[in-house]
Design a protein around this ligand. Structure first.
Ligand code: MG
Length: 386
């Protein structure tokens, strides 16, 4: 059989309005941007991928602008002509030319797997070890800072049957205000919704000593990355003293991170994210290492639109045990999407779509109106969360 090679790689920045302002520890945003990656093969098959940051470079140093530049100038020139089935060889070449930039590499690998699935006539989850689940219990981010508004938003999600697990984004208020808010939300949703908290590295260990017990008493069920990513020893102390599980997110990007965390049990749970690990295959590898080190898995996100959400869901489908579910809810946060068949949130779960490759297709009309280099704009703003 003749080799099927990469003929072209295109990276397109797409601006997407959000249904409401999303606040993170470092910033607030009412729109987001992603990079759509299109890889075409020598025999005319196209694969797609999405690179997504949490609204800017504050989390990992990469932005949509840097991702496009890295793909255009430092990945594509070395990848064109490469066998689409040789992903290990793709990384070997690209890693030597380009340090880091995991998000940019992930988008290209995603498109290569989409191509492989289309050629083989199977879903990407079948290339990654096989389908173990058809749906993901999925959390919704509460990120406005007002407990009253957040309880209202959560109630709307519960009534709509979309989400009954909620993750409070924290760190943009003082610890005292944040803890009071978290306790109010957890108590307000008691018995109807599970509430988790993510301070995004904003606290020190002294703050955690008083804050975590109060939040656990109020019903918060999982605490994500309260300490800076480098403080593994502090996180190990929290993991052994806190009555709720501690989840690592910023602390785990590489295989070595999984080993370092696991050796001192610096987390009970790890958040697996396709972008930060540099691709679906690498994310699966880090998931396996984490399991071997005695930590549980959680399916994390950078709030991708439906393209990246479909890709993460293909990886997620290979996880047979996710005791806290995941958070692939970005496609529900964007007011407009670029997929023909957007992600489906039903019965408090994100559903895995049937189909080959990533099982998602680009809506070309939407893409034309939302791409940053468009010549005109037709998008509309504002749809209520529910
Ligand atoms: Mg996080």
């Amino acid at each position: 059989m003749s080799r099927i090679t990469i003929e072209s790689i295109e990276a397109i920045i797409v601006d997407l309005p959000l249904k409401r302002t999303q606040r993170f520890a470092a910033i607030g945003a009412d729109s987001t941007a992603v990079v759509l990656v299109r890889v075409r093969t020598s025999d005319g098959v196209e694969g797609i991928g999405e690179c997504c940051t949490p609204s800017g470079p504050w989390w990992a140093g990469e932005s949509v602008e840097s991702i496009k530049l890295m793909i255009d100038d430092h990945i594509a020139p070395h990848a064109i002509g490469h066998d689409v089935f040789d992903i290990r060889g793709f990384y070997r070449i690209v890693d030597r030319k380009l340090f880091g930039n995991a998000f940019a590499k992930a988008g290209v690998e995603m498109a290569l797997l989409d191509i492989q699935g289309k050629i083989a006539g199977v879903a990407v989850c079948d290339l990654l070890g096989g389908r173990q689940r058809n749906a993901l219990p999925c959390s919704w981010p509460l990120a406005t800072g007002s407990a009253e508004a957040e309880i209202d938003e959560a109630e709307r999600c519960i009534s709509a049957g979309t989400f009954n697990i909620f993750k409070l984004k924290m760190g943009f208020l003082s610890p005292e205000e944040d803890v009071a808010r978290a306790c109010a939300v957890a108590r307000g949703l008691e018995g109807r919704g599970s509430v988790r908290a993510d301070p995004n590295e904003s606290w020190d260990e002294a703050t955690c000593k008083w804050a975590l017990p109060r939040m656990v008493d109020a019903g918060i069920q999982l605490i994500e990355q309260p300490l800076p990513r480098w403080n593994l020893e502090g996180s190990a102390r929290l993991s052994s003293s806190c009555r709720a599980p501690i989840m690592a997110d910023e602390s785990i990007s590489t295989p070595r991170d999984a080993l370092d965390l696991g050796r001192i049990h610096a987390a009970d749970v790890v958040s697996i994210k396709v972008m930060k690990h540099g691709g679906l295959g690498r994310a699966r590898q880090i998931a396996d290492l984490s399991l071997a080190m005695g930590m549980s898995l959680y399916m994390g996100t950078f709030l991708e639109c439906s393209i990246g959400t479909a890709a993460s869901m293909q990886l997620c489908a290979t996880f047979d045990h996710l005791p806290y579910g995941g958070e692939l809810s970005g496609a529900h946060l964007v007011a407009e999407d670029i997929a023909i068949r957007p992600a489906r949130y039903e019965d408090f779960e994100l559903k895995l779509e049937d189909g080959v490759g990533l099982a998602v297709e680009v809506d070309e009309d939407r893409l034309r109106s939302l791409r940053r280099d468009r010549t005109h704009s037709t998008h509309t703003l504002g749809t209520a969360v529910g």
